[in-house]
Ligand binder design. Sequence first.
Ligand code: CTP
Length: 210
Amino acid sequence: KVLVTAGPTVEAIDPVRYITNHSSGKMGYEIAKAARIRGAEVTLISGPVSVKPFTGIDVLKVKSAVEMHDAVVQNAAEYDIIIKAAAVADYRPKNIAENKIKKGGAMSVELAENPDILKELGKNKRNAVLAGFCMETENLLKNAEKKLKAKNLDFIVANNLTAEGAGFKTDTNIVTILDKDGNKSVYDIMGKDEVAHIILDKCVKIMNKD
Ligand code: CTP
């Protein structure tokens, strides 16, 4: 049983506006598809995206990071593999205005920190394989290593947003996988579908080792 999160989260400011990021959901949806093709029971917890899920996948749609947090935490215990490909917003507006905010000079929005879903899963880690992503524009591997340890993951998939052919909207990605035993695998540019299978191969290897 495989749980995948994908897409961005959106954080409401008022009934009209929100804060979000450029995540397309493509990477997470490809992982869910690859796992389904391999015969897994797959649940995809997804923020708002336009990509369509592969057939036979249970999809739970959420909007905000808090909603994604609640959906993941409620369901996590059932899964053998959890892969967090979602680009979760780190902050949300502290208060959501009930009515549309009217313009009038400079303004600011106070933000509150969102729960770190992956860190919480890592804190309560069971036998399930736990994997995360790391998105950076600088110091990729150093930051990825930090997140791998801080979130108590089995492995982390690092991708550099500034590299051509990697990141949010593309069908390709350029990744390096770091695991908790200190192994590092560097991959060339490839389709997100191929990256998905590499990630699942890594999960299977870890399951067979434990
Ligand atoms: N993540 C999460 N909950 C959050 C933030 C991130 O579960 N509130 C997960 C993402 O799904 C991803 C991993 O943590 O698998 C790393 O996300 P990333 O955005 O690279 O890093 P952050 O931990 O948010 O740190 P920073 O934004 O400071 O780089």
